[in-house]
Design a protein around this ligand. Sequence first.
Ligand SMILES: Nc1nc2c(c(=O)[nH]1)N[C@H]1C(S)=C(S)[C@@H](COP(=O)(O)O)O[C@H]1N2
Ligand SMILES: [Mo]
Length: 434
Amino acid sequence: MADLKTDEDEAAPPTAHASAASDRRRFLARGAALSAGVVTSAAGVPAFAADTPAIAVPSWSKAPGTPMRTYGTPSRFEEPVKRVVASGYPKISPGTGSSLTPLQALEGTITPSGLHFERHHSGVPDIDPLQHHLVVHGLVKRPLKFSLETLLRYPLVTRTYFIECAGNSARNTGPQPLQVSCGTIHGLVSTSEWTGVPVAQLLEEAGLEPSAKWLLADGADSAAMSRSIPLDKALDDAIIALYQNGERLRPEQGYPMRLLLPGWEGNMNVKWLRQLKLVPEPHHTKDETSKYSDLQPDGKSRQFTFVLGVKSVITHPSFGMTMTGHGLYEISGLAWSGTGRITRVDVSTDGGATWNPARLQTPVLAKSVTRFRIPWEWRGQAALLQSRAIDEKGNVQPTRSAWNALYSPGNRYHHNAIQTWSVKADGSIANVYA
Ligand SMILES: Nc1nc2c(c(=O)[nH]1)N[C@H]1C(S)=C(S)[C@@H](COP(=O)(O)O)O[C@H]1N2
Ligand SMILES: [Mo]
C-alpha cells in the first residue's frame, strides 16, 4: 500500500502550479496518447505491451481455490492494514485508550467496520442484547424502557455520518512533528452507514415535560462516562444506532445500541447506551468539565464545544509512503465538517502560497466525509502538500498558526489545523509544521 509508482518517462513539461483543470486535461490526454503503442493507465503506470506474448500461469491458476466461508475477511496480503492501538494504561487498564483508523491505507469514504477507530474509557463490555435495555425517563409524561427487540419494531432511518474524537490530531499539538502515519495522527475519525431509530421519535412517545431542556446520556460499560445533551440536538438529527454498515453494531462501536449525534464531538456519542434522562439543565459531569473543555490563551476553559470544526487531511501521498519516480500522482484525502456539507477543498503543493480547488467525489453528504482528489505532477521538486476545507456555512479550516492563536499551548482538543506533508527530492515524505 505504501508505494506510489509512476513511470519515469513523463513527456509533458513540469508545471509547478498548473490549474487543476489543465492538470486533469493533461493527465487524461497523456493516457490516451500512450495507449496507442503501450497499454498504460492514465497515470502513466506501465502495464503490458499490447503484444505481450503470454499470460503467466501462477500456482493459483492451476488448482481450485479455497471453499466458501460463512464470514469473510480481507486477503492475507492486506494483513498490514490495521488499526494502531494506543493504550493509555497498558498495565492497569488495557481497555482504556484508543485505536486509530489507518486512513492512509483506505480509499473511498466508508470505514470498514473492523477498522473503525475505537475510544474506550474502560474497555468493551460483552453485552447480552437480551439483557440490555434503554430507559427514557426524568422529565417525561411516560417513562419508557426499550429492549433491542422493541427498538427494531420502530421505523428505522439509514444515514452516513462520521464520528470524530475531540482528541483527534492531538499528536500534532506536540513541540515536534511526529514522524508517524496519517492514521496515527488523524485516525480518530471514521465513517459508517448507520441505521437506527430517531431519538425524536422516542421522546415524542415519552411525552416531554415543558421543563425538559437537556438529556443526560450514559452507557452500560464500567466507565461511568456521561454527557449532557441539549434537547434541540436530540430532536433534530440524533439517532439510536443499531446497525453499522448493514450489520449490527460492532461491540467496539456500542453493541447493541449507541447514541449518534451527527457532527458533534465523539465523546457525546455514548456507546452501550442505557439511559436518556430528561433534565432541566446540564449536569456538568466529569466528561464535560475536567475533560473535553478547551483551554483558552487567558487560562480559562471553554465548556461545551459540541460541533466539530471544518477539517481535511491528505491521506496520500503522506508520511510512510515514498515517491518512486517522477510523473503524475493523485493527491487525495478526506474533508469533513460537523456543521454540514463540504463545499470546497483547496490543495497547495507550496505550503499554502498558492491553492487549487480539488475535485470532490459525489455524493457530498452533510456531517459525513467527502473524498477529494487532484492530479499532481512531481518531477523531484521539494514540495509542501496541504489541504484546506471549506463548509457550507463558509467555515474555513484554519492554518496551524491561526489554530494555535485560539488556544492555550496546553490545549489538546478540537485540533482541526491544516496538515503539511513535506515531499523531499529523494521522494521521502515527512510530517512538518508549517
Ligand atoms: N459508554 C461509553 N461511550 C463512549 C465512550 C466510552 O468510553 N464509553 N467513549 C466516547 C469517546 S471519547 C468517543 S471519541 C467515541 C468513540 O466511538 P467509537 O469507539 O465507536 O469510535 O465514543 C464515545 N462514547
Ligand atoms: Mo473521544
